[in-house]
Design a protein around this ligand. Structure first.
Ligand code: F6P
Length: 369
């Protein structure tokens, strides 16, 4: 009997269950493969007693359109930084990776499929270097991994953000208001840029291009005549004023190391008021709505393709690699290359040219960026 252990790590993302189901369904076509899932990323292996779920075709039946992950996830701690309470009550971290690898070997696991974003794939690479037979599957709504054409979950997030823009246009127009829609994406502006183009926004602010508030104000003012008009601004959570910083909160959740971004919508409205912009303004923060619920068909298909490919890589022993979509093929790329460079929006990107061609302001002077 050969065993695969599936792990879902980092923030949840529409399509995770579809990948799990695809691995299990593909494995069930081969003799002697058993698929297991570790609960809450690698925590399930590290906990005493362990929490491991057997994933049979019966268990994964019909989960391809369910949001979230049936084996749970976490974006805190992990095998290399397991939170421990110090005697003085503060929290520290210990490296439990060797112990975890021993446990996985003892469980008779032949391959680990780690479904996660850049942070999780970094962990995959470190575990691979220590001898774990691991395969990565790229997951992130942010689309910030450069070694694959797309990551599942991203298009669903874009769809949700676009629906929000569509809805806010009608209320903005009715009230002669400006709406600022704050979307996720961390340090990458892909969700914002796609939703701005699809939804017909007037302004799109993204982390890669720190904005000039006067240019934003000018663009919005041009949309109003004698106080009548409306506009929608899509602002990525990591966007920032060229003279300022990203807006974030300090997070005291144990083991959480990310910046908790959020608040740019409100800040932008404050800056516009200070710059003398008169019309009424409101902000809508989409937050985790962009990650919940059913994956759209595109993401289900991509997830299914990733899952089948990941299992076939496991059968071949193609470890230390990540599944990657390079249209029209599904290939495997070394994890160490996959984590090298993030996928950020650049000025020469085709979608930037489309956006500016449509007259969407990015809050920057394109002749002097
Ligand atoms: O990376 C995915 C993501 O949803 C980002 O877009 C966002 O900044 C972050 O995760 C939110 O994380 P959390 O679930 O910890 O609030």
């Amino acid at each position: 009997m050969k065993r695969i252990l599936i792990v879902t790590g980092g923030g949840d993302c529409p399509g995770l269950n579809a990948v799990i189901r695809a691995v299990v369904k593909r494995a069930s076509q081969e003799k002697d493969w058993e698929v297991l899932g570790s609960i809450q990323a690698f925590n399930g292996v590290l906990w005493e007693p362990t929490e491991i779920k057997v994933l049979t075709p019966e268990v994964v039946k019909g989960i391809h359109f369910q949001g979230g992950t049936i084996i749970e996830t976490t974006n805190k701690g992990g095998p290399f930084a397991w939170p421990v309470k110090n005697p003085d009550g503060t929290w520290g971290a210990v490296d439990r990776s060797d112990e975890m690898i021993r446990k996985i070997q003892y469980m008779g696991i032949d391959a680990v499929i780690n479904i996660g974003g850049d942070g999780s794939q970094r962990i995959s690479q470190m575990l691979f270097e220590k001898g774990l037979p691991v395969i990565g599957v790229p997951k992130t709504i942010d689309n910030d991994l450069s070694s694959t054409d797309s990551t599942f979950g991203f298009q669903t997030a874009v769809e949700i953000a676009t629906e929000a823009v569509d809805k806010l246009v009608t209320t903005a127009a009715s009230h002669n208001r400006v709406f600022v829609v704050e979307v996720m994406g961390r340090y990458a502006g892909w969700i914002a840029l796609n939703a701005a183009v699809a939804g017909g926004a007037e302004v799109c602010l993204i982390p890669e291009f720190p904005y000039d508030i006067n240019l934003v104000k000018e663009k919005l003012e041009a949309r109003f005549t004698r106080g009548r008009g409306f506009a929608v601004v899509v602002a990525s959570e990591g966007a920032r004023n060229k003279n300022g910083e990203m807006v974030y909160e300090k997070n005291d959740e144990v083991g959480y190391e990310n910046l908790k971004l959020g608040g740019i919508g409100r800040q932008l409205i404050r800056e516009l008021k200070e710059a003398g912009f008169q019309p009424d303004m409101r902000e809508t923060v989409l937050g985790h709505l962009q990650r919940g619920g059913v994956p759209i068909a595109y993401d289900r298909v991509l997830s299914a393709q990733f899952g089948v490919k990941a299992f076939e890589m496991a059968m071949k022993g193609d470890f230390g690699k990540m599944v990657s979509y390079r249209h029209p093929y599904f290939v495997s790329v070394p994890l160490k290359d996959a984590i090298l460079k993030p996928n950020f929006v650049t000025l020469d990107n085709a979608l930037v040219k489309t956006a500016t061609g449509l007259g969407i302001s990015l809050g920057i002077d394109l002749n002097n960026p």
